[in-house]
Design a protein around this ligand. Structure first.
Ligand code: PLP
Length: 370
């Protein structure tokens, strides 16, 4: 039987960005916020954020999170509050900023940080809270109302929105108008993939300007570091791929939504949802990164992943282990994380790539179901 991989990322082809590479050959500007990067940023701000606020590109979302946390964290405070049900980059970025992750359980429906439990932690920790880092789980348009309030009341919020570029609700890009910071990833495995890259957004343009300087050794004007800077700039080559990707991104989103819908139809054909299987509760339009589902309560995803593997189908379980069960973060368990444990022991992320055909999806769901 032919092997069905988990992902087959397909970035724009050389022909689609060749014209931009010619521009680079002529300009001989290869990085440092060159003309291609600037055009990429302007187009994103205009086409996706309605020219509200500001954006700055970064070489990847992990350094974007580091810069954003470092720029906003409250001085002398210790904790970065975040869900454990996220990619390790969220917790690692906080640690690179000298903070300790403080994990909060997720909500059983949407799988995002439980804001009631978060409120309790904030009132317990008081001045020790340096920053709050919610994760918009699997590209979902999570509700930012409470986080906006929090940020405006002096507790900085940095949203890990790694897979959310292209996520929207009522035609508004996720994150638009948010006064805190939103970080998106352009890694090859994300819906908007350019190889390596990322984007930082805020409605606060002053904040974006200081992060932009910080991403270039914290130089602003003079060749003198004015704060703890980093080199986190996007190269002109990656920006070229980014510009070409903008031309085809809406088509890519449509393909991903269509695939998701085929998965949903197959799932209902086998009545999985009537038999204890469970989907994430989401809102808005999502450029799905993959199709994820929970196996019935009390069962383990390992069993199903193994069964798929035996049929040459590669599924994975994000995020299993969740952060608090990873060696690097095990000492940071302060709260009950039982919903996180339950979801991470049941979640299965199914094969997903843009040219996947319906028949392959049928085979995958059939193998899972029988
Ligand atoms: C992919 C991802 C990141 C890291 O993004 P990079 O651009 O690869 O650094 C961080 N957080 C989450 C939730 C992710 O999915």
């Amino acid at each position: 039987m032919t092997n069905i991989p988990f992902m087959r990322p397909s970035l724009v082809k050389y022909e689609e960005y060749k014209a931009y590479l010619d521009l680079i050959d002529n300009s001989r500007i290869y990085s440092n916020f060159g003309p291609i990067n600037n055009a990429f940023e302007s187009r994103i701000l205009n086409d996706y954020f309605d020219n509200i606020g500001g954006v700055t590109t970064v070489n990847n979302a992990t350094s974007g999170l580091m810069l954003s946390i470092s720029q906003t964290k409250r001085k002398g405070a210790k904790y970065a509050i975040m869900p454990s049900f996220t990619f390790s980059a969220t917790a690692l970025a906080a640690m690179w900023c000298g903070l300790e992750p403080y994990f909060i359980d997720v909500n059983p429906e949407g799988w995002e940080m439980d804001t009631e439990k978060l409120k309790l932690a904030i009132s317990n920790l008081g001045e020790q809270v340096a920053v709050v880092v919610p994760y918009a789980t699997f590209g979902n348009n999570i509700d930012l109302t409470y986080y906006e309030e929090l940020h405006n009341n002096g507790i900085p919020v940095v949203v890990d929105a790694a897979p959310c570029f292209g996520s929207s609700k009522e035609n508004i890009q996720f994150g638009t108008s948010f006064s805190g910071i939103v970080v998106y990833s352009f890694h090859a495995t994300k819906p908007f993939g350019i190889g390596e890259g990322g984007l930082i957004y805020s409605a606060d343009t002053k904040l974006i300007n200081s992060i932009k300087a910080q991403s270039n050794f914290s130089y602003s004007g003079k060749r003198e570091s004015e704060s703890l800077g980093l080199n986190a700039k996007l190269s002109e080559f990656h920006a070229a791929i980014g510009l070409a990707t903008l031309d085809v991104f809406q088509e890519k989103i449509q393909k991903r939504i269509a695939l998701y819908n085929v998965y949903s139809e197959e799932i209902s054909k086998y009545s999985l949802l009537d038999n204890g299987w469970c989907l994430q509760k989401t809102t808005g339009r999502i450029p799905y990164q993959f199709f994820s589902i929970l196996c019935p309560p009390g069962e383990s995803n390992n069993k199903y992943i193994k069964k798929l593997q035996e049929n040459s189908i590669n599924a994975v379980s994000y995020y299993n282990p969740a952060c608090h069960n990873q060696k690097q973060f095990q000492e940071f368990i302060y709260t009950d994380l039982s919903i996180t444990d339950d979801i991470s022991s049941r979640v299965i992320c199914m094969p997903f790539w843009e040219e996947m055909d319906e028949n392959t999806i049928r085979i995958v769901v059939e193998t899972l179901s029988i």
